[in-house]
Design a protein around this ligand. Structure first.
Ligand code: SAH
Length: 336
């Protein structure tokens, strides 16, 4: 089988490129040789026209359990094509997988459990997920396989986050967004994070930047998990986190203003005026907006800035799909 020989420093980007082109052979292991890495590729004419040196080498096969498979392809063995269409995305947090199961697949729960365990052999719990409910945004879950718990430690962006899905909100899909934010923050900033949950944003920012963070959360159980998370990550954090238990609408007016405010606002809560009034330089305001209303949302922020006598620049970024035509967005507001 062919392998592409690249300098070690270039191995990651080249691997990504090969994967994108569907030329990377994930069934085999790459091998390091001095200052070079041999990346396994599939037998395909295109491999020779990328400008890399290609060698014929026998790279060893990965053990079967390490070969990445996706749930859909695994389940294709057991579900009809029609049924596969109803399969939803799922999340893995620590050793817990959560998946939404639509009524059309109600009779396939056992197969779905089998498939998830095949793809993720380390799982200890599989739960089906309902919707976020109440002010604390806790989802309603039912365990369909494994241990009777919804507590686990999730790893993300170099931090460990203890979560308990029965007690507090957590969304692993925001990992890229948290990384983006952390990169925007500069050392030395004072950062305010209301609606902080079990502290995923605060931990990731503090992991990368030497900052002073004040976080606020109303749900006592999320607050306690957050405190535990600060302890758990103590050695990894460059920044400091002060965590306050209370209602952001009561606590924030008592606080000073900050260089940067990050508001992972719960759906249906309007905290724009509240958070903007605390931001000296930057506000990152999350909200759920219909795709046709994004301009309106931007205008509303600009109006609010005007009311406060601030000159602002607003960029709205789609962060994720929430439901058809509705996006979770982040407004990056620069206050001048
Ligand atoms: N930032 C966290 C949580 C976002 S969900 C994360 O991304 O994981 C919104 C959070 O706001 C929930 O944890 C909820 O308990 C909290 N919350 C809701 N109303 C609040 C209020 N008035 N004051 C402080 N926190 C509140």
């Amino acid at each position: 089988m062919p392998a592409v020989k690249v300098p070690r420093r270039e191995a990651e980007p080249v691997k990504r490129r090969l994967k994108k082109l569907n030329l990377y052979d994930g069934k085999r292991r790459p091998r390091r040789e001095d200052e070079y890495v041999l990346l396994p590729v599939i037998e395909d004419g295109r491999v020779y026209s990328l400008g890399y040196e290609v060698l014929p080498v026998e790279l060893p096969l990965r053990p079967e359990r390490q070969i990445y498979k996706n749930l859909e392809s695994v389940l294709a063995e057991r579900l009809s094509r029609e049924e596969l269409k109803y399969l939803r995305r799922y999340d893995v947090m620590g050793d817990i997988a959560v998946i939404q199961i639509p009524p059309e697949l109600e009779h396939r729960i056992e197969d779905i459990v089998w498939g998830l365990r095949k793809v993720h052999p380390f799982l200890k719990v599989i739960a089906r997920k309902g919707f976020h409910e109440g002010a604390f945004r806790i989802r309603d879950y039912s365990i369909i396989w494994g241990e009777e718990r919804l507590e686990t430690v999730h790893r993300e962006n170099g931090v460990q986050i203890k979560v308990d899905l029965s007690k507090a909100f957590f969304n692993p899909r925001m990992k890229g967004e948290r990384y983006r934010l952390a990169q925007l923050v500069r050392d030395g900033e004072r950062v305010l994070i209301p609606f902080a949950g079990v502290l995923p944003y605060a931990l990731v920012v503090a992991r990368y930047r030497r900052v002073k963070i004040t976080a606020v959360e109303l749900n006592k159980e999320a607050y306690e998990l957050g405190l535990e998370n600060v302890e758990r990550n103590r050695k990894r954090l460059k920044g400091e986190i002060e965590f306050l238990h209370g209602d952001a609408f009561k606590v924030l007016p008592e606080l000073p203003s900050y260089d940067r405010v990050v508001s992972p606002t719960p759906r249906g809560v309007d905290a724009l005026a509240l958070t903007l009034s605390k931001a000296e330089r930057w506000l990152h305001y999350y909200d759920f907006v219909h795709e046709g209303e994004i301009e309106r949302f931007r205008a509303r922020i600009l109006e609010e800035c005007l009311k406060l006598g601030r000159d602002c620049a607003v960029r709205v970024k789609k962060v994720s799909d929430f439901k058809p035509h509705v996006f979770k967005v982040c407004a990056d507001v620069e206050v001048r």
